[in-house]
Design a protein around this ligand. Sequence first.
Ligand SMILES: CC(C)(COP(=O)(O)OP(=O)(O)OC[C@H]1O[C@@H](n2cnc3c(N)ncnc32)[C@H](O)[C@@H]1OP(=O)(O)O)[C@@H](O)C(=O)NCCC(=O)NCCS
Length: 348
Amino acid sequence: MSLQITPVLPDSDNATVEAYVEVMEALRVYEMPAFPPTTRREFDSYRAHPWPWQRSQPYLATADGVPVGRLVLQFPTRDNLKNMSVDLAVLPAYRRRGFGRELLAFAEEQARANGRETVMASSMWTLPELGLTAPDEAAPAFARAMGYRDTLPEVNRVLDLAKVDEDVLQEILDHARAKADGYQLVQWIGQTPEELIDDIAYLDGRLLQDAPMGDTAWEPFEVDADRIRRTEAVMAARGRQLYNSVMVHEKSDRVVAWTTLSLEADHQWHSWQQITIVDPDHRGHRLGALVKVENLRYLRQHEPQVTTVDTFNAHENGYMISINEQMGFRPQYSFQNWRRDLLGNPAE
Ligand SMILES: CC(C)(COP(=O)(O)OP(=O)(O)OC[C@H]1O[C@@H](n2cnc3c(N)ncnc32)[C@H](O)[C@@H]1OP(=O)(O)O)[C@@H](O)C(=O)NCCC(=O)NCCS
């Protein structure tokens, strides 16, 4: 069987797009069945409303006309210009026939052709200390065989809202409020209020500096009000609703802690935890715990149908994880980030 790699383009025929979404969905069911399904509408809306400053190219892999896998190449276009990320998978029934190797060689060729020096990928990962087992051990074996090194383990934790203990949440809040004199809670849905946008941009820009990034090659980038607005516009166009809670430092009138929960149009039962960040000058006041618990309550007031919240943390992010665990989040899946530096590693 010989492999064919077909770009999925805006004018691709319906059968190609359908096949691509089916491959994505089959892989989700195999690897992360608890996550929301992949829908055609979602895929179309992602393609119609791409992230600003990132070029993303999906490909369908077929062998003798049969879909066997998929590939997505992502090229940041304003920062991280030496980096490319790749999302690559082969359906379980078609593995160990060299398709993964061929897809990755194609991806690396594209990286080189676009002046990229580092390729990054991610995969499922087994973390025995948390009792998390990947569905198989193919990814690390493959990644290492292809010259990639592991850079940062991450853990997904899930909160089952039916099991949330309101008394525990109240305790976390009481404890946090006792240490958070002089800070005021502000909440909003959707677009950031104009008067807060510069502070939000500042905090967003700090995230890549402050969050554990392991040995990945991601470089922090400038975030300004325009970047925030353009990103918000994409999320709104995709049908994503955003619930935000921040703490404002009363003396300086600055936003110093921020967290966001998102809700996708197609999965009203489910929410993703997005950014949580506290300005380094204001740590130690339990503002992280405060905004997270307040934001969860805010979401539940407006979206009582939500049953599940998923969050991701670097495995080493002890402070954030301890807040999540107190709230009732429990480990569900783990992931590894992979990296290969192409310079000095000529194509085999
Ligand atoms: C990882 C993955 C893409 C490999 O696809 P594949 O088509 O089976 O890979 P190949 O047949 O090209 O394997 C290339 C080499 O990788 C190594 N390899 C791949 N799977 C392996 C496994 N299960 N056990 C041991 N080695 C393995 C071998 O060295 C293999 O060469 P060989 O068959 O000549 O010994 C596939 O298992 C997959 O889709 N996994 C889930 C998605 C994923 O994790 N993607 C990110 C990877 S960084």
